[in-house]
Design a protein around this ligand. Structure first.
Ligand code: PLP
Ligand code: ZN
Length: 417
């Protein structure tokens, strides 16, 4: 059953058919998917989810497709980890990590948006898909399009991490490295989408694509036993994920699946690219573009497409924003690994470092529930960790060499003889 009514302008409310449109022809407002919530409420209960497969498609009535899902059937439903050791270190009572670093199959939350975008692209009869990416989207479109048998053109800035490039090339897309920033890549893709009949997942079919991020929020609520956290710290690039987690909780409230105090949203950005965090601090709805300079390349969007809506969602919730320097990002990546056994990429370092500052400043209170969003995997961004994580102790394959080289570590260790 599909509950998608059509598309709707976020500004003037004008309705459009469920086709390929991403800006309002009348007011240039951004376009969003609209659903028949009464129909969903009539046919659907919390219990409806329980028997369904553990993938993002268990929320399919709230996703913008008309038929059966065809892409990403095993994506989503990642762990929500109760984080006792990190909570103790931060002095928090109740802390969780929502861990999309283990998302199937490309180890970031972009598997969610791409599963939805490519299912919809197939319904709209596209045979070629494309994207403008800061890295993780490139990996996800490459992989999911390979499995779906779609042609794929992937556009990235030319300075991405080796892990992100190899994790796209392995799926044999046409990978185009553009000499410029992500914002240059995005502008080029907007131009190309006017000329080539391709589904650019985050450009011309963006309204469908963006809905996939809601599943990250649905899962948090379901995994907490149909409860929303009091505070949630979210990394921001284009700002879409923040707005869609907010939309997810709003939809669940509307359906009667959630009650209690509304959640406060916090944006996390790198100090070297924080247009959204700056607008939030200034309590302004004008997001001024910046030139990114940060090791958190997946978040390096200087002119964020959903910056305005992300800023609004955060301020309306009573939340706030923080940023992290390159050094703080690396420290937080190491700290998360040491306390919780989770190896996140630079974006996760940004989020944890920002959360720590918000807690230390008393902006996030220590006695309320907190979720920190880990959206990508550290194996893809190893460059900034070189020379920061120590090295293995190298020995000869014998007992004497072991004991000679590890004298310090073995002092005080008891032996059997
Ligand atoms: C893309 C991305 C984000 C942010 O996504 P937006 O929806 O564009 O704000 C966060 N974390 C990681 C790892 C990403 O790849
Ligand atoms: Zn409009």
């Amino acid at each position: 059953m599909s509950c998608m009514i059509g598309l709707k302008c976020r500004e003037c409310g004008r309705l459009y058919p469920k086709e390929v449109i991403n800006v309002c022809e009348y007011c240039f407002g951004s376009i969003e998917v609209d659903y028949d919530y009464d129909a969903i409420r009539r046919t659907f209960t919390k219990g409806s989810f329980a028997s369904r497969p553990r993938s993002l498609w268990r929320y399919r009535e709230l996703l913008p497709i008309e038929g059966e899902p065809t892409v990403g059937l095993s994506s989503g439903f990642t762990p929500l980890l109760r984080s006792e050791r990190l909570a103790a270190a931060l002095g928090l009572k109740e802390l969780y990590i929502k861990d999309d670093s283990v998302s199937h199959p490309t180890l970031s939350f972009k598997d969610r948006v791409v599963s939805v975008a490519l299912t919809r692209a197939q319904e709209l009869r596209f045979d070629t898909v494309a994207c403008a990416s800061t890295g993780n989207l490139a990996n996800a479109v490459s992989a999911h399009a390979a499995k779906a048998g779609l042609k794929r053109f992937i556009f990235i800035p030319s300075d991405l991490e080796a892990g992100k490039i190899i994790a796209s090339l392995i799926y044999q897309p046409t990978l185009v490295a553009v000499e410029g920033t992500y914002d240059d890549v995005n502008r080029l893709c907007a131009e190309l989408s006017a000329k080539y009949p391709w589904a650019f997942v985050n450009v011309n079919i963006r309204p469908y694509y963006a809905e996939g991020s809601k599943t990250y929020g649905f899962e948090i609520a379901e995994q907490l036993g149909w409860r929303a956290p009091a505070h949630i710290v979210i990394p921001a690039a284009s700002g879409s994920l923040i707005t869609k987690i907010a939309k997810a909780f709003k939809e669940l409230r509307r359906l009667g699946f959630l009650d209690g105090t509304p959640t406060k949203f916090y944006a996390a950005q790198a100090a070297g690219c924080q247009p959204i965090a700056t607008a939030i601090r200034e309590r302004s709805d004008i997001v001024k573009p910046v030139k990114p300079r940060t090791i958190a390349k997946s978040l390096a969007i200087g002119n964020p497409a959903d910056g305005y809506y992300a800023t609004k969602a955060v301020l309306e919730s009573g939340g706030w924003a923080e940023s992290a320097t390159d050094e703080e990002i690396v420290e937080a990546m190491k700290w998360l690994a040491e306390t919780e056994g989770v190896f996140t990429e630079t974006a996760g370092g940004v989020t944890l470092a920002a959360a720590k500052k918000l807690i230390e400043q008393g902006i996030i209170p220590r006695d309320e529930s907190v979720v920190i969003c880990v959206t990508g995997n550290g194996l893809k961004t190893q460059e900034p960790l070189t020379n920061c994580v120590g090295s293995a102790v190298r020995i000869k394959p014998n007992l004497a060499s072991f004991e000679a080289n590890l004298a310090a570590q073995l002092s005080g260790v008891s032996t059997k003889q």
